[in-house]
Design a protein around this ligand. Structure first.
Ligand SMILES: O=C(O)[C@H](O)COP(=O)(O)O
Length: 203
């Protein structure tokens, strides 16, 4: 079984700033969201053999809080920048509404949600997928196929890249995919790596 969770609200999500690889902390609300995600997983009877997260503290702290709630702080944790948020390039640190005023609603939506148009100086979803998917296939999927229960705490766009693949979404469909913070998505994966079942936990 594979559980994916986007980190709780960060300080910069709260301020509506493009974040990308900037290493910002969870907001108070984000800490609470992580706690609720952990609680919901515990209530639903989940336990994990191993956890994966990015090199960024908002995802790492979300994972720590979830594992605390589960009473599982002793499981192995793999941290890797392959799971980092998309690099937002020159947009990092800018306000998202100010960017819409400067470049227009449509252009900003293309940078944020399109498959292969990168923000200036940053990574497109395709670029992000080119580091997330090999990592998933080499490090995560073999464990899931063996029957291990795995949790991945990562980011809006690194997880969109992975979900695009798992759900077999087209380039058009993925533009509609938006992930809420702190909501665990549960996949049952068959021994051949295909998705048998997908559901979101209610928080
Ligand atoms: O990096 C960021 O700014 C956010 O975490 C994700 O941004 P997005 O909603 O523009 O994809």
């Amino acid at each position: 079984m594979l559980v994916l969770v986007r980190h709780g609200e960060s300080e910069w999500n709260k301020l509506n700033l493009f974040t990308g690889w900037r290493d910002v902390e969870l907001s108070e609300r984000g800490v609470e969201e992580a706690r609720k995600a952990g609680h919901a997983l515990k209530e639903a009877g989940f336990t994990f053999d191993i956890a994966f997260t990015s090199a960024l503290k908002r995802a790492q702290h979300t994972l720590d809080i979830i594992l605390e709630e589960l009473g599982q702080t002793d499981i192995p944790i793999e941290r890797d920048q392959a799971l980092n948020e998309r690099d937002y390039g020159d947009l990092a640190g800018l306000n998202k509404d100010a960017a819409r005023e400067r470049w227009g609603e449509e252009q900003v939506h293309i940078w944020r949600r399109s498959y292969d148009t990168p923000p200036p100086g940053g990574e497109s979803l395709k670029d992000t997928a080119e580091r997330v998917l090999p990592y998933y296939e080499d490090k995560i999927l073999p464990l899931v196929k063996e029957g291990k229960d795995v949790i991945v705490s990562a980011h809006g766009n690194s997880l969109r890249a992975l979900i695009m693949k798992l759900d077999d979404l087209s380039r058009d469909e993925v533009t509609q995919l938006n992930l809420a913070t702190g909501v665990p998505i549960v996949y049952k994966i068959d021994a051949d790596g295909s998705v048998a079942e997908k559901r979101e936990l209610s928080i």
